[in-house]
Design a binder for this molecule. Structure first.
Ligand code: MN
Length: 387
């Protein structure tokens, strides 16, 4: 028998409803502190889709959608996300009860295929409205927090090793104990030599992870991963293209490096396939790539069942998306591989009041106010709004 989500009784019967009246979107362009390099390109601003879900009780939930490096990573663009939210996703939610957030997430999937980044932005705003309506922080709606701070790694730049090590030294002095480096933009041998020099220099002082963003093929990865591992790189993220799950499993068998799946893992079905193929030691979770909070929680359940660790990924969000991710990650028991919630620190400005995501260097703190627990700084929102 197939499931019939439309037949679920309305929450209005117990505890009232929170009807969604309108959904508004704003595109913002935020400058980065320094360019962030991926295997195919470098970016110096981050476009952000701010979503506001307004309800009949006067409560407004906020959500944030970002695509790291534009359409290159996931096929969605900020302009496309805005059009999809306004034209297709919002009409599916208007008139519905915001307190049925998980049901509404399924409803979006039933009527619109794909587009996880756009769905995640609007779903986040629905969850924020739920929290504000009940007076509870998001992590409490998700079953409660297992921890109230999360370790945060730092993305080192793509400059030559001496410059990168100077940056690392500053971060170490501030208390940072974990670094992540992007690879894949230069020839594999050269790339490996640069990273190996950095990893050797940081050995015993910090954990070093690298992210290939799928840039290598299987023979290249088999050739160079052992050298990275020998130099002290403790984790390799997505060395092979997203589609090559079988190759990732073979690589994991042949090398002693911890393998993390990122691009290969979007949906709960991907999680199931990766687990069955024994293709990853760690899953990189991200709200955007998976379509939101509901999907990430389903992925984390598969990881827990399969004995796979979870890592809290970022798409370089402001403190809005970062707070949401922290609520979700803190409420997942198996989030044991750390996080990269450095978005607010990589951006040169933020859009919330106060400096909410900023705990000590190297950690992010869980918010305890209702919903996401962050308030928009409207002056900054209008300053960065795209015109
Ligand atoms: Mn990645």
């Amino acid at each position: 028998m197939t499931r019939a989500p439309e037949a679920v009784p309305a929450t209005a019967q117990a505890g009232g409803s929170l009807l969604i009246k309108a959904v508004e979107t704003t595109v913002l362009d935020l400058p980065l502190r320094r360019p962030h390099r991926f295997s195919v390109q470098s970016v110096d601003t981050q476009a952000v889709l701010l979503v506001r879900v307004r309800t009949d009780g006067g409560i407004t939930g906020i959500g944030e959608g970002v695509v790291p490096g534009g359409p290159w990573w996931g096929g969605e663009s900020i302009e496309g996300m805005q059009a999809l939210v306004q034209g297709y996703l919002a009409p599916l939610l208007v008139g519905e009860d915001a307190l049925r957030a998980d049901y509404l997430g399924h409803r979006l999937n039933r009527f619109v295929s794909g587009a996880p980044f756009a769905k995640a932005a609007i779903e986040m705003a629905v969850w924020d409205a739920c929290g504000k309506a009940t007076g509870l922080p998001l992590h409490r709606l998700l079953g409660g927090a297992h921890r109230d701070t999360l370790p945060v790694t730092w993305a080192l730049g793509a400059d030559p090793a001496p410059q990168v090590l100077a940056e690392a030294a500053d971060e170490l002095a501030l208390g940072r104990r974990s670094f992540k480096l992007k690879m894949g933009a230069s020839p594999p041998g050269e790339d490996t030599a640069r990273i190996a020099e950095i990893a050797e220099a940081l050995r015993d002082r910090a954990d070093v992870a690298v992210d290939l963003n799928g840039a290598w093929d299987e023979p290249t990865a088999s050739r160079w991963l052992p050298e990275l591992s020998a130099a002290g790189v403790g984790l390799v993220e997505q060395p092979l293209p997203a589609w090559n799950v079988a190759g990732l499993a073979r690589l994991r068998d042949r090398t002693d490096t911890v393998i993390m799946a990122d691009e290969a893992l979007r949906t709960p079905h991907d999680a199931q396939r990766l687990a069955e193929a024994h293709a990853a030691d760690v899953f990189a979770l991200k709200l955007g790539k998976s379509g939101g909070i509901g999907a990430v929680r389903r992925i984390s359940a598969i990881a827990e069942a399969a004995g796979i660790g979870c890592y809290g990924g970022t798409a370089i969000e402001t403190s809005v998306g970062t707070a949401a991710a922290a609520h979700v990650y803190c409420s997942i028991a198996g989030l044991t591989a750390g996080t990269e919630l450095f978005g607010p620190r990589l951006l040169s400005d933020d859009i919330v009041e106060g400096n909410s995501a900023g705990g000590r260097v190297g950690e992010v703190r869980l918010e305890h106010g209702p919903g996401l627990g962050v308030a928009l700084d409207e002056d900054k929102v209008s300053r960065y709004a795209r015109r």
